[in-house]
Ligand binder design. Structure first.
Ligand code: SF4
Length: 349
């Protein structure tokens, strides 16, 4: 058996869990259900804006209502959702209601996985989650006693996995965890590249960890994960899967953006290979809306390629090219003035 993948992105010894497969297609909605968590890991990747706060996000967008998750799923034509936090079990009512809504709206095949430390997972919790249709559960057993929840989950009709950060210097401990997981019948162990962010930066730096891969990946995290994947390269019983910070930062977000563009951008919007939308914002008076629409008083949004023609034909005072994220927030990446009648500016591309 060989190791599949690419060290920059992912490495794995066996087929990936279904939740990861769908994530690679950019087709999983990321549900951040609440930042509340009873633990406080020094490496916690959750941002200050979210950690221990009762806030909800659909992908990168803050939402106030569970229906917003349904709307966002439609925008990207999601094939499933991954529920995370904090510890989602602390928001169990919301989680079960939302899983029920997903299954009702999109059918049983809409794949749902959930992350938890396991701290609050009891048989009653598992019965509720399985009852509403949860497909896959991933544990982060940061304390020995949390492993008991994994044993419990293995008795239910669920795919059970472990997902932990790959901590430099903890290779042997990780190998022991994978061996334990295999013996218990756990399907997969995901090792995430440890990431530095604005909240855990000092904690990780004080332990000698610095960024060495991509924008956020900690030095030694990849090497640690690679050794563990190699240790199990011939093993057919358990999937060991390394997922890099570059994958999460660049590939996952980009494929999700490209998917959102495919299913919900407007016909007159252009797009880039990075998964951003490009359009021309034009001020003036234009009669022909074949390649655009009116978005305000004397304000239009147009396909960028038709701007030359519109400027020559109509009374146009200003044209800007804007690049935005394709999701509902329409976060602006850049804005360029390419034509101004008052400044007699020509085009600049
Ligand atoms: S259990 Fe997860 S969310 Fe909670 S502190 Fe640890 S890493 Fe952060």
């Amino acid at each position: 058996m060989t190791i599949s993948g690419n060290p920059e992105i992912t490495l794995y010894n066996n087929p990936l869990p279904k939740g990861c497969e769908l994530c690679r297609l950019g087709s999983k909605l990321v549900v951040f259900i609440s930042g509340e968590c009873g633990d406080s890991c020094y490496y916690c990747p959750v941002s200050s804006e979210r950690f221990n706060k009762d806030k909800m996000f659909a992908n990168e967008m803050e939402v106030k209502d569970l229906m917003d998750y349904i709307y966002e799923s439609y925008r990207m034509n999601a094939l499933g959702a991954g529920i995370t936090g904090g510890d989602p079990i602390l928001a169990l009512d919301k989680v079960t209601e939302l899983i029920g809504m997903f299954k009702e709206e999109f059918g049983e095949s809409f794949h749902i996985h959930l992350y938890t430390s396991g701290r609050y997972v009891t048989n009653d919790v598992l019965k509720e989650l399985v009852g509403v249709g949860l497909d896959e559960i991933r544990f982060h057993p940061l304390k020995e006693e949390y492993k008991e929840a994994i044993r419990k989950a293995l008795k239910y009709d669920l795919d059970v996995g472990i997902e932990i950060p790959s901590i430099p210097g903890e290779g042997e401990r990780t190998v022991e965890l994978v061996k334990w997981a295999k013996k218990e019948g756990v399907k997969f162990v995901n090792l995430n590249e440890l990431e530095l962010n604005e909240r855990n930066f000092f904690q990780l730096n004080s332990r000698g960890m610095k960024v060495a891969h991509g924008i956020t990946g900690a030095k030694g995290s990849y090497e640690n994960a690679r050794k563990v994947v190699e240790e199990f390269r011939e093993d057919k019983e358990i999937t060991v899967h390394y997922c890099s910070s570059v994958y999460k930062d660049v590939v996952e977000t980009r494929t999700r953006f490209l998917r959102t563009i495919r299913f919900s951008s407007k016909a007159y919007e252009g797009f880039t290979g990075e998964g951003t939308v490009v359009r021309a914002i034009l001020k003036g008076k234009v009669d022909d809306l074949t390649y655009g629409e009116k978005i305000g008083n004397d304000l239009y949004s147009f396909y960028p390629e038709v701007i030359d023609e519109l400027v020559s034909k109509y009374d146009v005072s200003e044209v800007k090219i804007v690049e935005e994220h394709p999701d509902s927030r329409r976060l602006k990446v850049s804005e360029r003035l390419i034509y101004s009648k008052s400044q007699q500016a020509g085009y600049s591309s």
